[in-house]
Design a protein around this ligand. Structure first.
Ligand code: NDP
Length: 450
């Protein structure tokens, strides 16, 4: 990472690093926000005196716990679970649960911190949190997944509730896992409440929730292009990942007439220059969601190319949609994107672009919507699921999709409002950081020193 020039920012970041030693992902997420917020509040005596930014970087609390479960062979297994409750100034903690072997406290703190700004941008009354475990769901049987989810929820249930903290899914946690966790919460507490989102339709889930993050990422891209009098039609698109977010991002792109040329998983990238068809995408969805297959199987299955171990960013494409994981676009990838003529990026994954890559992309004048703005559709529809649960109502697909679109368009407007440069272009990172910060900061000011 380049050395920090601004003295106030450098001092602030020294404090963050010394209070959170070794938590590199967390430092990165805080610095990305502080770069815009430190200058923004420089002359705001009240925000300085009340230490708003310092308080926002300190989680309200972190719970860490042992998850003991039994595998199919009768072995006792132990994992570590967490819930980071970052900030509830504007609503109950809200944010997903991730099951992946790379989960650490630092990763969850970065995600929880980002979540505060994202949730604020949606305009809904949602605070920020994140949780998970270093459990690897790959290769586990359905029974093992169920026992793990139940063991995880047995402890987590002590800290969550519909008015306190409402988790959802994330990497490794989809509808099946949410179902097992909701069932266990209900058994333990004997209440039927909207304590988790991403539930099945039969027990309080919202229509469009599985699709929401991916669709929202595309709506954000659409809004950025429309501001330039351009459209998605016939654009060549590079999508990374092949999980929940990537699948529905690809679905919406195909529906709106764009060409999805790539998708990927942790083993490599597929490439089809003329774009995947709807039938190709259905085949990939079955491969990933039902068969637990690898993207390399697409060569035989749907006739794509496959580049083992590669990310998609060096392939030709006008639009990029990173939808896999954090730091999946590094400097070399950003240089490749610039070289092949990428004009815009909408981030589906959380913090997928590292700081050096962000600089290169900004320098090249590529439009770049950060995850906290572009992938807020998921949490927005989770917020709508909470509303439906409270109202004991269920809205139609069309109603939820219309709300989703409206929320993403309003986030785009907020980014433009706070991030517009003198030349009329938009710094979407700055816009999202400032707009997300304002609402939470003003609520914190109203509460005094709590
Ligand atoms: P899934 O578990 O459904 O899919 C994750 C995808 O990313 C898979 O294709 C996986 O490949 C790939 N992947 C994961 N880790 C790595 C890695 N270290 N290197 C390369 N590829 C990797 O997760 P989601 O689609 O739900 O989440 C994807 C991203 O979107 C995450 O950053 C998540 O935080 C973010 N997000 C998700 C939301 C949601 O509603 N689900 C909401 C907002 C953000 P493989 O199958 O090989 O592991």
């Amino acid at each position: 990472m380049a050395e920090i020039q601004d003295k106030d920012l450098a001092k602030f970041m020294r404090g963050v690093v010394s209070r959170n030693p070794g938590e590199l992902e967390f430092h990165q997420a805080v610095q990305e926000v502080a770069m815009d917020i430190v200058p923004y509040i420089k002359d705001n005596e009240r925000m300085q005196r009340m230490r708003i930014l310092e308080r926002m970087t300190e989680p309200d609390r972190i719970v860490s716990f042992r998850v003991t479960w039994e595998d199919d062979a009768g072995n006792i297994r132990v994992n570590r679970g967490y819930r980071v409750q970052q900030n509830n100034a504007i609503g109950p903690y809200k944010g997903g649960i991730r099951f992946h072997p790379t989960v650490t406290q630092s990763v969850l703190k970065f995600l929880a911190f980002e979540q505060v700004f994202k949730n604020s941008l949606t305009g809904l009354p949602l605070g920020g949190g994140k949780g998970g475990a270093d459990f690897n769901p790959k290769g586990k049987s359905d029974r093992e997944i169920m026992r793990f989810c139940q063991a995880f929820m047995t402890e987590l249930s002590k800290y969550i509730g519909q008015f306190t903290d409402v988790p959802a899914g994330d990497i490794g946690v989809g509808g099946r896992e949410v179902g097992y966790m909701f069932g266990q919460f209900k058994r333990l507490k004997d209440t039927f409440e909207g304590v988790l989102t991403g539930k099945g339709i039969e027990f309080g889930g919202s229509r469009i929730r599985p699709e929401a993050t991916g669709y929202g990422v595309v709506y954000m891209m659409q809004a950025m292009l429309e501001r330039q009098n351009d459209s998605l039609k016939d654009k060549t698109c590079l999508v990374s990942g092949s999980g929940n977010v990537a699948q529905f991002c690809a679905e919406k792109l195909i529906e709106l007439g764009a060409k999805v040329c790539s998708m990927s998983d942790s083993s490599g990238t597929i490439y089809k220059p003329e774009g995947l068809t709807r039938a190709d995408l259905d085949w990939i969805m079955t491969l990933k969601n039902e068969r637990g297959g690898r993207m390399s199987e697409c060569v035989e299955g749907i006739g794509t190319k496959f580049y083992e171990g590669n990310r998609p960013w060096a392939l030709p494409g006008q639009l990029a949609f990173p939808c896999a994981t954090q730091n999946e676009i590094e400097a070399a990838d950003a240089i490749a994107l610039v070289k092949t003529g990428c004009i815009a990026i909408s981030e589906g994954a959380n913090m997928p672009t590292d700081p050096d890559a962000i600089d290169i992309i900004r320098e090249a004048g590529i439009m770049h919507a950060p995850s906290k703005a572009a992938n807020a559709g998921g949490v927005a529809v989770s917020g709508l699921e909470m509303s439906q649960n409270s109202l004991r109502m269920s809205w139609s697909r069309e109603e939820v999709d219309a709300h989703l679109k409206e929320i993403i368009l309003s986030i785009h407007e907020k980014c433009v409002d706070k991030g517009i440069r003198e030349d009329g272009t938009v710094d979407y990172f700055k816009g999202a950081n400032i707009a997300g910060f304002d609402k939470v900061a003003n609520a914190m000011l109203a509460y005094g020193a709590v």
